[in-house]
Design a protein around this ligand. Structure first.
Ligand code: PSV
Ligand code: MN
Ligand code: MN
Length: 409
């Protein structure tokens, strides 16, 4: 691709585009029907950080790793190992990203956590969140990503208004506590329309998340998990409105066909990913911000049951960069002209031209300049790294008596 202003803009925008990797994306996982194990799957935080470090080495775009408190730390109340964790991450060339409290595994959460009718379950959840906040501050993270499995399965099971009231009170307290205990960090409020609760979830959609954030304060922002929408939902419109309200905190990237499938980003609808990035780039352009100025966190939330985990992550990062770069190529002056003139076909063509542009040369150029592999996925696949890790980790498991762990519980 020749060097044009659009090309150069896309290159420099990529400098600020970072994709956070999920620690849980490197571990064995499955469905409620079972797990298929992989020899190369990571079994502990050190191995997850190692694998994330390898993805960062290949892509130069993933310097942080999200952690899930109970899956990655033996004792949430113990911050004494924070320095060790930070060093472990640094040794693998990464640092700790968003901290995800776990409010769904404990038996006491049978009827919910922060929304439970049981005061002792609510208190337990608050304590866990406060501990997660202390942990996040201690490991040098910049955000707390709140997702709860709270909800009900049967009409009449509980009062929807009481539950939301309890939740609002909890979020107000936690976000306020964070402003003191973890200054500068963001309280991210995720939503999900169903699963594991199937009648109602306590934060079903972005509207409910936004209400909670508006009550909780300026450090609270909405987290959009791309898989957490009902079929046909216009996600880019949600993104546009949250940006306009100053409440878009970040994304959990994945794709969906039917439900919360955690499929590879863009594997079903890559144009939707482009349209999301277009809304962000358009907001930044119209408000005079540099690319990345909207301060949106991009995180992957995918747990692959069948794909090799490292390959799935590299594939996702490359797909995210591809759609992001294309969105930077949109000719915004031309688009505004067509929009002003009511020229629908002209306006849509501007988007399509950017979406259909071949950005492989541009991405290779960026990767060469940043010490990444020119084709990260091909390099990974031909490197033998996954096979080697598989051999080493299988042998280590064998020696330890065949124990597996470190993934979804
Ligand atoms: C729930 O489906 C969710 O999207 C939340 O973000 C959890 O933290 C994550 O998945 C676990 O994979
Ligand atoms: Mn998520
Ligand atoms: Mn999910």
């Amino acid at each position: 691709m020749p060097s044009t202003p659009a090309h150069d803009r896309a290159l420099s925008a990529l400098d600020r585009f970072r994709v956070e990797l999920p620690s849980w994306g490197f571990a064995d996982t499955g469905t409620r029907f079972g797990k298929f194990f992989q020899d190369a799957a990571a079994s502990n935080l050190e191995e997850k950080l190692h694998d994330a470090g390898h993805v960062h080495q290949l892509t130069a775009a993933c310097p942080t790793v999200a952690v899930h408190v109970l899956w990655d730390f033996d004792d949430a109340s113990d911050t004494s190992s924070a320095e060790k964790t930070k060093k472990m991450a640094a040794d693998h060339g990464v640092s700790i990203g968003s901290v995800n409290p776990n409010l769904f595994q404990d038996q006491e959460y049978r009827h919910g956590s922060l929304c439970s009718p049981d005061a002792s379950a609510r208190e337990r959840a608050m304590t866990h969140c406060r501990e997660s906040i202390a942990l996040g501050a201690a490991v040098g993270s910049k955000s707390l990503a709140m997702w709860m499995a709270d909800g009900t399965n049967y009409p009449g099971q509980d009062s929807i208004r009481r539950r939301f009231g309890a939740l609002k009170e909890a979020y107000v307290q936690l976000a306020s506590h964070m402003r003191d205990a973890w200054p500068g960090a963001t309280f991210l409020a995720e939503y999900k329309p169903f699963e594991p609760a199937f009648y109602q979830t306590d934060i079903p959609d972005w509207g409910a998340s936004l209400l909670l954030c508006q009550a909780a304060g300026d450090n609270a922002k909405v987290l959009v998990d791309t898989g957490h929408h009902l079929p046909g939902c216009n996600i880019e419109q949600i993104v546009a409105l949250l940006l306009a309200e100053g409440r878009l905190g970040g994304f959990h990237f994945n794709d969906r066909k039917y439900a919360d499938d955690d499929l590879t980003l863009g594997s079903i609808d890559p144009y939707a990913v482009f349209r999301i990035f277009h809304e962000i780039a358009s907001f930044e352009h119209d408000t005079g911000l540099a690319p990345g100025g909207a301060g949106v966190d991009y995180m992957i939330d995918q747990s692959h049951n069948l794909k090799p985990k490292l390959e799935a992550m590299v594939q996702t990062v490359c797909e995210a960069q591809k759609q992001f770069a294309k969105a930077q190529l949109v000719d915004r002056a031309k688009l505004a002209e067509f929009q002003g003139a009511g020229d629908l076909v002209g306006a849509e063509t501007v988007l399509k031209e950017a979406y259909e542009a071949d950005v492989s040369g541009l991405l290779a150029e960026w990767r060469r300049a940043h010490g990444a592999a020119e084709d990260p996925l091909a390099t990974l696949r031909s490197s033998g790294v996954i096979e080697q890790l598989g051999k080493e980790r299988a042998a280590a498991r064998e020696a330890a008596g065949g124990q597996r762990g470190g993934g979804y519980a």
